[in-house]
Design a protein around this ligand. Structure first.
Ligand SMILES: *[C@@H]1O[C@H](CO)[C@@H](O)[C@H](O)[C@H]1NC(C)=O
Length: 198
């Protein structure tokens, strides 16, 4: 099922790919949100819980610079107002970094805006969109932010377990490439057992 959904995303992105290929490689255009697939009938309760971040792709992601990035977790807890408390737990030199934030529901189910945005200097807007998920295995999330008048985007691959099939990883790569990103902008954080206790 997840596979089908991810492929649907790829088909819808066909037009974006053409667009991206037309431009110079250094200027990867940030797609408008309405052109990025959105998980139909998003179920916010089922999406809750812990996800491992298994893949990252974006303009700001560089294979060489981020080659040592360790796998980390993101936990979503649903509040009564349909916002999520989002907790990132990242292994950092000799310790675990916790970072908690809030995702507020946006115009459509599966779309969220970062809460308390004034706390993040330079960030003018920050939106997360669930591209596709089956809730119990895999999810593909698109992030878009305006930072110091620059638009940036990122795609992340979430898994409920630390490993996903080769096919699901390949789908993630194809999706990132459909957005105009090259292999240099796609990374797979290193699996580890640090800070993964919940
Ligand atoms: C979310 O965080 C707030 C503030 O820390 C807390 O009061 C609330 O209980 C949390 N919600 C959930 C579902 O854990």
């Amino acid at each position: 099922m997840a596979l089908g959904l991810l492929w649907l995303g790829l088909v819808l992105l066909g037009t974006l790919q053409t667009q991206a290929q037309d431009s110079t490689p250094n200027l990867i255009p940030t797609p408008p949100l309405h052109r990025v697939p959105l998980q139909p009938d998003f179920q916010n309760e089922l999406f809750q819980g812990k996800w491992y971040v298994l893949g990252l792709a974006g303009k700001e992601i560089h294979k060489e610079k981020h080659s040592q990035l360790k796998m980390y977790t993101i936990t979503y807890e649903l509040n009564e107002d349909n916002s999520y408390n989002v907790t990132f737990v990242l292994p950092w030199i000799q310790r675990c970094d916790h970072w908690i934030t809030t995702f507020l529901p946006s115009f459509q189910p599966g779309q969220f805006n970062l809460g308390n945005i004034e706390r993040y200097p330079g960030i003018q807007s920050y939106t997360a969109q669930v591209v596709a998920t089956d809730y119990n295995q895999v999810a593909l999330i698109f992030f878009k932010k305006a930072y110091k008048n620059q638009e940036l985007f990122m795609v992340t691959l979430y898994g409920r377990t630390k490993e996903l099939t080769h096919e699901l990883k390949e789908n993630f790569i194809s999706f990132a490439k459909a957005l105009g990103l090259t292999d240099d902008h796609i990374i797979f954080p290193i699996p580890n057992d640090e800070c993964i206790y919940k």
